[in-house]
Design a protein around this ligand. Structure first.
Ligand SMILES: Nc1nc2c(c(=O)[nH]1)N[C@H]1C(S)=C(S)[C@@H](COP(=O)(O)O)O[C@H]1N2
Ligand SMILES: [Mo]
Length: 315
């Protein structure tokens, strides 16, 4: 499939890499809240030029209580079954994944479908830092400073049609690079989906970094979804396809065990997982347990998405 290129900024609008980095360093040290990422045309030339913008991401009001989970915990305790089912497998094996070049296919019910270089997908989007709680269905949690941008802004650029009711995401399928895919543990490729209104919600982001740096492969480089009010399995990693469609799809975990891992997957302390309760969680790096909050604490922002839906009946 041919790779479509979005219109590029004029060369005269581009600041050379070195100058850019020096200015970025200066801005960082001058402690201001200025952000280069918000200034159009300031990203440097070259492959993966977007990585130069990660450290400039401005923090947003969606901050979180408590301390950030240390970076070494976020990058060494992972679920990424494409690299194995143990928590330390992804950190050990994900270096096999080649994230550059990378393309993303955006197709289905959109006016502007195609396969795009990641560089071009990212170029128009200012990055933000979003500090979010991540609550895994297995009852552990972290607080992660993601760098990314709103999924809704990307979808709008591709002009969803009136028939676009669901957004489906797929991870790369390549057993050469992802040795976990040589075993039939899941129906590869990993597939996840959101309702279109969930996908357009401003809390829903695509992440390209964490702690102001490039996303480590084990965390889903180069592009992963983050939906902070849902269990972690919705936040699909290493995305190569975003497909809009009218019918609700069957997602990977739902197909595997529909009574344990549902489509909605809204964090809910009142609804048990069949094999354990969800009332509390273990925050990685802390001793003891915390109470789990409904919607993972984001109810003020997202509860109205579920008006008229009995969330205790929809896992
Ligand atoms: N492609 C893919 N995406 C995935 C997973 C996976 O196994 N494969 N695991 C999910 C689960 S269960 C969780 S809890 C989060 C973990 O994200 P983290 O390792 O960055 O903390 O990724 C989610 N995204
Ligand atoms: Mo998870």
């Amino acid at each position: 499939m041919p790779v479509f290129r979005y219109p590029q900024p004029k060369p005269s609008e581009i600041t050379p890499q070195r100058l850019f980095e020096r200015r970025r360093e200066f801005l960082r040290r001058s402690a201001g809240s200025l952000t280069l990422a918000a200034v159009p045309g300031l990203w440097p030339l070259g492959a993966q030029a977007w990585t130069g913008r990660l450290g400039d991401a401005e923090s947003t009001p969606f901050a979180t209580d408590g301390d950030l989970t240390p970076k070494d915990a976020i990058t060494s305790y992972n679920n990424f079954f494409e690299f194995g089912t143990s928590k330390d497998d992804p950190a050990e094996h994900a270096h096999r994944l080649k994230t550059d070049p990378w393309t993303v296919t955006i197709d289905g019910e959109v006016e502007k479908a195609g396969t795009f270089d990641l560089e071009d997908v990212l170029a128009p989007h200012a990055f933000e830092e979003r500090i979010y709680r991540l609550r895994c269905v297995e009852a552990w949690s972290m607080v992660i400073p993601w760098v990314g941008f709103e999924l809704g802004a990307l979808l709008k650029r591709h002009e969803p049609t009136s028939r676009a009711k669901y957004v489906v995401f797929e991870t790369l399928h390549d057993p050469e690079q992802m040795p976990g895919q040589r075993r039939d543990i899941l129906d590869w490729p990993y597939r996840e989906a959101l309702r279109i209104d969930e996908a357009m919600h401003p809390l829903t982001i695509l992440a390209v970094g964490l702690y102001g740096d490039v996303l480590p492969n084990q965390n889903g480089a180069p592009l992963r979804l983050v939906v902070p009010w849902k269990y972690g399995y919705k936040s699909i990693k290493s995305i190569v396809r975003i497909h809009l469609q009218e019918e609700r799809p069957t997602t990977t975990w739902e197909a595997e065990r529909p009574n344990e891992y549902g489509f909605y997957a809204v964090v809910n302390p009142e609804v048990r997982h069949p094999r354990w309760h969800q009332a509390t969680e273990r925050r990685i790096g802390e001793s003891g347990r915390r109470r789990t909050e409904k919607f993972n604490g984001y109810g003020d922002y997202v509860a109205d998405l579920y008006d008229g839906i009995d969330l205790s009946e929809h896992l």
